[in-house]
Ligand binder design. Sequence first.
Ligand SMILES: [Zn+2]
Length: 137
Amino acid sequence: METFDLSLSPRFAQLLAQREAELRAVLRATGDIDEHASDVSNGEVVDFKDMAIEETQAMVETAQAGKAAIELEQVIAARRRLQDGSYGECLDCGDEIDVRRLTALPATPYCTACQAIHERPALSRRPPPNLMTGHHP
Ligand SMILES: [Zn+2]
């Protein structure tokens, strides 16, 4: 197994910076959709069919934004670990993470074995509270 070493650091810094920019773009784009949706409901002419489509799109966008927000946190944490020299070590067991895994998932904090353990409770984990409802009374 090939493991992370400091010579790979610039490459992963670049991968993570790129991923962070992508995720921030997703979060910005979904923010724009919310603004647009509120414009429609304040308009004089409301086409309910269009509204339904917009709502469905907004829900999909909200789900994507939720995932993006979680991944963004991981990316930021990974960049911090890259700076403090702990990048490439599993947060749970402390083992070195395979470089092939890091290349595919540069923000991953866990090795394959620990990830499998974390994925089970993740299924029942709720999204962040501010993303659970798309509207306010
Ligand atoms: Zn591990």
